[in-house]
Ligand binder design. Structure first.
Ligand code: PGA
Length: 248
């Protein structure tokens, strides 16, 4: 199964969400392929609207974060059960920006993964090194450390978990995507390491993926899909990429 999706991060208010959804609905033939799972991760405020249009959407959607406790006095937080009630099927956990700006850590992320699985939400867990690391041994050591904590005592090893390899140095404006050999090396290792702790895993690449460079990631036999940021903020551009992937 190939996974192709995007997180809008903190973009698109309700009227903008509506416009985006209308474009997706008009182009839904490019988003329904039995071999490809498309997904969209909008802000929390758009989720009820996604839920309203759910029957017309051929893709799955989810949230950019959730709390690790089921409910309670956690002002400003959103629970797994709230996400389920908006029709979410997937939840992003531990994006680099959450770690950088909101003090999220690997222990929180591990708790969130377990809770997401309990609620039948697919955890899409972000991992990756902060600096370009040419030395594969050093890179493996770093990635392994992350995986060890993230996947500690996963209660339901058989459920779908997605790891998104997002080297931090490749994410966001002014940065370039990782080159394909570097990316293949890391992803091959991430899969090996994750499979010691899980029965199955999908590993995606994210970080400056766009309409010009996505094909090499899709074609790689090591990579199970792509996770797009800026390049999919424009619905038409997202559709352009999805259309291209359908043809491959
Ligand atoms: P970008 O974001 O494609 O804008 O680099 C990717 C991500 O943060 O997942």
């Amino acid at each position: 199964m190939l996974w192709v999706g995007t997180s809008w991060k903190m973009n698109h208010n309700l009227p903008e969400t509506k416009k985006y959804l209308n474009i997706l609905i008009k182009n839904s033939k490019y988003l329904s392929n039995p071999k490809i799972k498309f997904f969209i991760i909008p802000p929390f405020t758009s989720l009820a609207l996604f839920n309203k249009y759910k029957k017309k959407l051929p893709f799955i959607y989810g949230a950019q974060n959730m709390h690790w406790e089921e409910k309670g006095a956690f002002t400003g937080e959103v629970s797994a059960s709230m996400l389920k009630s908006c029709g979410c099927q997937i939840v992003e956990i531990g994006h680099a920006e959450r770690i950088k700006y909101f003090n999220e850590n690997l222990i929180h992320m591990n708790k969130k993964i377990n809770l997401a699985l309990k609620y039948n939400l697919i955890p899409l867990v972000c991992i990756g090194e902060a600096k370009y690391e040419k030395n594969i041994l050093k890179r493996k050591k770093f990635l392994n450390k992350q995986i060890e904590i993230l996947l500690k005592k996963i209660r339901n090893r058989k459920k779908q978990i997605i790891l998104a390899y997002e080297p931090i140095w490749a994410i966001g404006g002014g940065n370039k995507a990782a080159n394909i050999d570097y990316c293949n090396e890391s992803i091959h290792y991430i899969r090996e390491s994750a499979l010691k702790r899980l029965n199955k895993v999908s590993v995606l690449y994210g970080g400056s993926v766009n309409e010009k460079n996505y094909t090499k990631f899709i074609e790689s036999k090591f990579i199970d899909g792509i996770f797009i940021g800026r390049a999919a903020l424009d619905a038409k551009n997202f559709i352009k990429i999805c259309k291209g992937i359908n043809k491959q």
